[in-house]
Ligand binder design. Sequence first.
Ligand SMILES: O=P(O)(O)OC[C@H]1O[C@H](OP(=O)(O)OP(=O)(O)O)[C@H](O)[C@@H]1O
Ligand SMILES: NC(=O)CC[C@H](N)C(=O)O
Ligand code: SF4
Length: 486
Amino acid sequence: MQHYPKHYCGVFGIFGHPNAAQLTYYGLYALQHRGQESAGIVTSDNGHFNEYKGMGLVSQIFKGEALSELTGNMAIGHTRYSTTGSSHIRNAQPLTGNCRLGRIAIAHNGNLTNAAQVRDELEAQGLMFQTTVDSEIVLNLLAQPTLGGHDNNLIETVRRIEGAYSLCILTERELIGVRDPHGFRPLSIGKVDGAYVLASETCAFDLIHAEFIRDVEPGEIVVIDKNGLRSIKAFPEHQRRAFCIFEYVYFARPDSTIADRNVYKVRVEMGRELAREHPVKADLVIPVPDSGNCAALGYSLESGIPFEMAFVRNHYVGRSFLQPSQLIRDFDVRVKLNLIGNLVKGKRVIVVDDSIVRGTTSKSRVNNLKEAGAKEVHVMVSCPPHMNPCVYGIDFPDRSKLMAANHSLEEIRQYLNADSLHYLSQDGMVKATGLPKSNFCMACYDGNYPVKYDSMVDKHIMERRVGKPHGLGEELKKEELQKQLL
Ligand SMILES: O=P(O)(O)OC[C@H]1O[C@H](OP(=O)(O)OP(=O)(O)O)[C@H](O)[C@@H]1O
Ligand SMILES: NC(=O)CC[C@H](N)C(=O)O
Ligand code: SF4
């Protein structure tokens, strides 16, 4: 009964602002939905680095004096959900190092598919690693001597790594933004008070009153220093675009704009498509908050069936899938939403959620509705069935735990105890974005993986390789403790 997939991280960077740490703090606040395990900020004060990292939420970590000690007008920050390397303070980002270039810090969103292999190669050369995170290989690659100077160093580094990466890198004099050549993860450029800002999502710009300039292009490196911003094309040959379509479905905040498409509008359109593909006679459309809200609105607008917010959310529970423990996720599902029973009593109800992964949430919601006396419950899902795991930064369960990969539509309907069950089609999902299918990664739906990966590699590969599962051991101990508490 584990809840949703684990997810990716949020990255933020700012160059040339007197309140760099404070603005990074607010930026991370806006990106909290991308990772709730740990967070950190590193600033550069005339080449002197200051850093502060902790486990938990941004607001819990940066209390008291923590921010005021982060002096300097350049900063990067990170909110983490672990995908390679356990959830442990030693793996919290940004990661920092000293090398021939001086101090460097990096913040990474994504997952590197060749991390274990590159780490093997670097270790064979005698290099040491401090963490079990895939991202640390980027630090070590940047430190490698290369011919051809600074830009070449960056280019050679990104050409060695494969998979998904949106990076913010801080050196003593620069802020650098990098996006992998497929563009799996978002990364945007903004400006506030003349200072450049980088962020995973544009919602972070709104909070700090930064103006959106443009997205970092797939395969682009932007170097920001006292002379302004310059762009390096690290991959001259055109690579297949593979933006994660699941960002539009679930992950990004609805108030963000990615590739010129507002996420809210795309989700409403997904709901409209769902209504066109699967018209059902009913009295009410209700969302599973929060991720189902926009699609449910779209379904209601398209079908003309009234919309009601019958589930009320407890705001003190975050995104349930972001909890590292299975038991806590399960408990979160129960505590998170409460049904206003008399709204649905005797009614035919359409309940809309953005996705079903293991079915925990949907089953629990259908039960709530039936117990409250709903006459019929029709479950609508605003994306296609999840058939495959993700290796690009979303820790989806392996195939054996994905509901749709192991059961027919009818079996799932019966398991949920729903009167009918409908998913948005792959074409409908793409159509709702208004962008061509060739722009997207849809591997978890269609099995077409844009970058090859080793199916034997998993989140704890680095811990097993070093033989001392420092983080893993503690994660397991924590789960044990939670079991006793519940
Ligand atoms: O089939 P399952 O394994 O239960 O997973 C699917 C559910 O998990 C997510 O909600 P979550 O609570 O993580 O996020 P939200 O607060 O943004 O809705 C998602 O929106 C679905 O409701
Ligand atoms: N979710 C992410 O983007 C994680 C980044 C990196 N792979 C980590 O585990 O820290
Ligand atoms: S596999 Fe799915 S979740 Fe992973 S990057 Fe591709 S679309 Fe996104």
